[in-house]
Design a protein around this ligand. Structure first.
Ligand code: HEM
Ligand code: HEM
Length: 287
């Protein structure tokens, strides 16, 4: 079984041309298996979650009824990026599994939208959002170890409540960065092989071997995104996660949900007072 498709270049060299398309099914089935195993585990085997401690009543009283989580700009970015990602996955892989249509133009247009949205997001997240909130910290790793020990039936103190993002979300974001930047950077070069509005066509930019490896990386990251997006959408649709999904639509989550899962010391949220309402617009997480 070969994971790549090969061809012979005009110079007689054996070069890869792209991944073998059965990998589409490998990724889709891996995503599906994750959903099935996770759903069965939650339904029949998961125990109620235990956290280290609750916020003191004094701290809880300061939390507003609606806790701002995703600003309008962050939400618009998420949904524009998600629409471009779905378009890219469908236009890339439907023709490979038998649904034929002229896909290339739709694909590079969606790729351009994804690229612009990610460049925007990197600038927005670096200067306006809470930059460190999406990267694992020491407490996350410490808690992950406690969770693994408790899962295995060994003794360990309960973990702390989450900061803004649980470790799982942070890891998902990290893997998305790897796959996302791989498809974007290779995709920009690959556009020079088709006719687009951006630059003149030039299929001779790289050697056949370099082009081949670029198509392989584009394909591997692309099929990886099938399973990743399946797992992510499934999590967004799970009943216990709906308050979080609601926050990606309306921007806020309920105080009760916030207090149940988040640690006010790790994800600081202030009650809006008359004087702070205007300044909060510029503060972290609420711009
Ligand atoms: C392909 C690449 C990427 C994708 C698809 C992506 C997507 C997302 C999405 C959908 C969110 C949640 C929406 C929000 O509240 O902002 C998010 C959060 C975040 N991302 Fe990215 N991202 C990518 C790359 C990056 C990179 C390279 C950086 C760092 C330079 C970054 C930094 C952040 C930060 C700091 C947050 C948390 C913002 C907050 O909640 O305050 N992202 N990302
Ligand atoms: C129907 C489709 C989708 C739904 C319902 C959905 C839902 C959500 C929600 C609720 C969040 C916020 C999580 C939080 O606040 O903790 C989020 C974040 C994020 N979404 Fe989506 N999303 C969808 C499609 C996509 C697609 C196609 C991508 C592209 C790969 C994507 C990438 C991300 C990333 C990287 C984050 C930030 C990391 C995280 O919080 O997990 N989303 N999404």
């Amino acid at each position: 079984m070969d994971f790549l498709e090969w061809a012979t270049s005009p110079w007689g060299q054996n070069v890869p041309i792209h991944i073998a398309w059965f990998l589409i099914w490998v990724s889709a089935i891996a995503g599906l298996l994750f959903l099935i195993v996770h759903a069965i585990y939650v339904m029949y085997f998961a125990k109620a979650r235990v956290f280290a401690s609750d916020a003191s009543p004094a701290v809880a009283a300061k939390i507003p009824k609606h806790v701002p989580r995703h600003s309008l700009v962050a939400r618009l970015f998420h949904w524009v990026m998600a629409a471009s990602m779905f378009t890219l996955l469908f236009t890339a892989f439907l023709p490979k599994v038998g649904v034929q249509f002229p896909w290339v133009t739709y694909h590079w247009i969606a790729g351009a939208v994804l690229t612009v949205s990610i460049i925007f997001h990197i600038i927005h997240a670096s200067f306006w959002l809470d930059f460190w909130s999406i990267w694992p910290d020491r407490i996350d790793l410490d808690d992950a170890w406690k969770r693994v020990r408790r899962f295995a039936g060994m003794s360990a103190p309960p973990p702390r409540k989450f900061a803004k993002y649980p470790l799982e979300n942070k890891l998902f974001h990290g893997v998305i960065i790897l796959c996302g930047l791989s498809v974007i950077l290779t995709g920009i070069f690959m556009m020079s092989r088709v006719r687009t509005v951006f630059f003149p066509r030039n299929p001779y930019l790289f050697s056949d071997m370099t082009w081949g490896l670029m198509y392989v990386l584009h394909g591997l990251a692309g099929v990886g995104l099938i399973a990743l997006v399946m797992m992510h959408v499934y999590m967004g649709l799970r009943p216990e996660k709906l308050p979080i999904t609601k926050s990606m639509i309306f921007g806020w989550m309920d105080r009760d949900f916030y207090l149940e899962e988040h640690d006010p010391e790790r994800w600081v949220v202030e009650a809006p007072s008359a004087s702070s309402i205007s300044s909060r617009v510029e503060s972290r997480g609420a711009d």
